[in-house]
Write a protein that binds this ligand. Structure first.
Ligand code: PEP
Ligand code: MG
Length: 332
């Protein structure tokens, strides 16, 4: 069994350098999710179109105090270098919820509904500005850097964050890099209310990235880490799928570039459904990249669209999985 699995992995890896394109020529761009420098291996050079989600909270979690501006600059510079000249989407600090910092304890009854992500950094502009300056300083005159804001729930948070970014930009341009490039800015779509404000979001940002992990948790009111309710935590719930499809259509309508960076984007069933909905930028863990590339090269968008219609009319996530698994088995 292990030998068979190894043979399969080798088969996927052989095609890694070929583009992820369906049989009927739909191009899908594949990016990596990363948080540790050591996990940025040769895939970036070979198979990925860039880093679609760099979780900056990971290096923060490994320290015993807030890393200084210089320390952060060095880490971000290494990440940009590892991506060679491909785009890197760096997410600003997303602590709180399930991601604690030992040196910044937060005690709350409902941490997932509490002080996390952008809420925390907007309350601590001194932390936010240091991080933004470090990112800008690391990128300098390169166009690689994209900045992503986590857990946004209000337009006002976007406006405030852009204000801080403008300030950090002016400071770094004046003090360090006269030719500093202004990075593209985007937000995570993970709070459901924003599904209904995409028109206004599109006026403020350059792109969005769907955080299907949190979006599922908040749409279903199910804690993503509580084993008691884990059977209810299901990204394939038809209600979630309809929300994603609607989001894709709205982004098209308002010409807002959109990617998906939750776990769904690295699972074969999820990829089938997302590509069928028209998502063509997917960001996933390193371990999924070769397999997903291989899969996309063997399906046609037309078949997937027909499957999606059926998937959306199933009554629950179990039926959706069964339907798509049967489709995948027939294709093997
Ligand atoms: C998500 O919520 O889907 C996401 C990618 O962010 P994280 O898993 O880091 O919360
Ligand atoms: Mg999230």
């Amino acid at each position: 069994h292990i030998a068979a699995e190894k043979a399969l992995q080798d088969r996927y890896a052989q095609e890694l350098a070929l583009p992820a394109i369906t049989l009927d020529h739909t191009r899908v761009h594949l990016y990596l999710n990363a948080g540790l420098l050591s996990s940025l291996a040769s895939e970036i050079a070979e198979g990925a179109d860039g880093i679609g989600l760099y979780r900056t909270e990971i290096p923060f979690m490994l320290q015993s105090r807030f890393p200084s501006e210089m320390e952060q600059t060095e880490v971000y510079r290494q990440v940009l270098e590892a991506a060679v000249d491909k785009p890197v989407v760096m997410r600003t600090l997303d602590v709180g919820g399930d991601k604690p910092l030992s040196y910044f304890p937060i005690i709350e009854d409902n941490p997932f509904l509490g002080w996390r992500g952008i809420r925390l950094t907007l309350d601590h502009p001194e932390l936010f500005l240091v991080q933004l300056r470090a990112m800008l300083n690391a990128a300098g005159s390169s166009e690689q850097l994209h900045i992503l804001l986590p857990m946004v729930c209000c337009l006002d948070e976007i406006d405030q964050a852009i204000g801080y970014l403008d300030q950090a930009y002016l400071e770094v341009k004046q003090d360090i890099h006269p030719a500093l490039v202004k990075p593209k800015i985007g937000i995570m779509l993970e709070v459901p209310a924003l599904l209904f404000q995409l028109e206004e979001v599109a006026k403020r940002v350059d792109f969005i990235s769907v955080g299907s992990n949190d979006l599922t948790q908040y749409l279903l009111a199910v804690d993503r880490n509580n084993p008691r309710v884990s059977s209810l935590y299901d990204c394939y719930h038809p209600g979630i799928l309809r929300a994603l499809k609607r989001a894709r259509q709205e982004c098209d309508h308002y010409q807002l570039p959109v990617s998906v960076c939750g776990e769904l984007a690295g699972e074969p069933i999820g990829v089938i459904l997302l590509v069928a909905m028209g998502f063509n930028q997917l960001s996933m863990n390193q371990g999924s990249l070769a397999k997903i590339n291989y899969l996309i090269r063997r399906v046609s968008y037309k078949d997937l669209s027909e499957l999606l219609v059926q998937a959306l009319s199933q009554s629950n996530g179990v039926e959706v999985r069964l339907l798509v698994t049967e489709f995948l088995t027939r294709r093997q």
